[in-house]
Design a protein around this ligand. Structure first.
Ligand SMILES: C[S@@+](CC[C@H](N)C(=O)[O-])C[C@H]1O[C@@H](n2cnc3c(N)ncnc32)[C@H](O)[C@@H]1O
Length: 279
């Protein structure tokens, strides 16, 4: 981040940048996020050699690479391994056993972590299943991690993490699936790293989601909190279409489909409340 004092955006410029980000990502940044917005726009202006906010916004609107960089600058990537572990327990104890009831050994089972941010959630699913689901080798499990933030996806593919990201992993689990890197950092072992595919997608853009295909389980956690009702509805429609009939959707603990969409059935599992696309 640039250490220069942030530019002061006029109200029109502030509305302009908020409108672009809202249209592109579904995230709603308003007047109350003025400082956050100004800092990030200042950083992008410095990187692109723009003299004033107005010409920078013109550049961001016209240039796909700058649009991507601006989106990346605004995302909030907070995540860590084994976050909301009770949902991982629900995955291995109830969701997957129900999904495979109608599958044969060797059949494909697809799981999506979206948004996956820097990869911790997608790798957590893989590690959890290896550790806790006795049938893990009986099926062809495909785990895909997706996010709108292409920089975060690059870090996910690298698979190197610091102590904070790893803090919730039992030491024996960390020792099995990570190897030491410099400092206190650790890197996911190659076999596991290569077993998870990371690819960009925007949850409010149906064509980009359709490119990912259909899934049996989607974890969409801690994304709807950044959305208003309109973006939540777009996301709900898109997630519904991306699920196979009978497929499960897990949201973050403070998120719910209740006021957004009645297309999903709410299911109370022993370890978590989840949503299901009816058969
Ligand atoms: C707080 S992280 C959540 C990560 C993880 N699911 C978790 O709960 O630990 C939110 C992520 O949402 C991503 N994001 C924001 N808007 C998005 C969109 N329209 N489509 C896909 N991902 C988006 C951001 O890039 C960011 O990485």
């Amino acid at each position: 981040m640039s250490s220069a004092a942030p530019v002061t955006l006029t109200d029109d410029e502030l509305r302009g940048v908020s409108a672009l980000l809202y249209r592109w990502t579904g995230m709603n940044f308003g007047e109350n996020k003025r400082y956050f917005i100004e800092r990030r726009v200042t950083e992008r202006m410095a990187r692109t050699g723009s003299d004033d906010a107005r010409s920078y916004l013109g550049l961001a609107a016209a240039n796909l690479a700058e649009r991507e960089a601006l989106i990346n600058a605004f995302t909030i990537n907070e995540t860590y391994f084994y976050r909301e572990e009770h949902q991982l327990a629900a995955l291995s104890r109830e969701m997957l056993p129900q999904i495979v009831q109608t599958r044969k050994p060797g059949d494909l089972v697809r799981i999506l972590s979206l948004p996956c941010s820097t990869g911790e959630e997608a790798y957590s699913i893989a590690i959890w299943l290896l550790e806790n689901w006795p049938l893990v080798d009986a099926y062809n499990i495909e785990i895909v991690g997706s996010d709108i933030d292409t920089h975060a996806l690059g870090l996910a593919r690298e698979g190197q993490y610091g102590t904070r990201a790893l803090a919730r992993l039992p030491a024996t689990v960390a020792a099995t699936y990570f190897e030491p890197e410099h400092g206190h950092r650790r890197k996911i072992i190659d076999d596991l790293r290569e077993s998870v595919r990371f690819t960009a997608a925007n949850v409010i853009d149906r064509p980009s989601m359709a490119g990912l295909g259909q899934f049996d389980v989607i974890l969409c956690r801690n994304l709807l909190i950044y959305f208003d009702d309109h973006s939540r509805l777009l996301a709900a429609e898109s997630l519904y279409e991306s699920l196979n009939p009978g497929g499960f959707l897990c949201l973050g603990h403070s998120e719910s489909m209740a006021r957004i969409s009645d297309r999903f059935a709410m299911v109370r599992l022993e370890d978590a409340i989840v949503y299901r696309r009816p058969e």
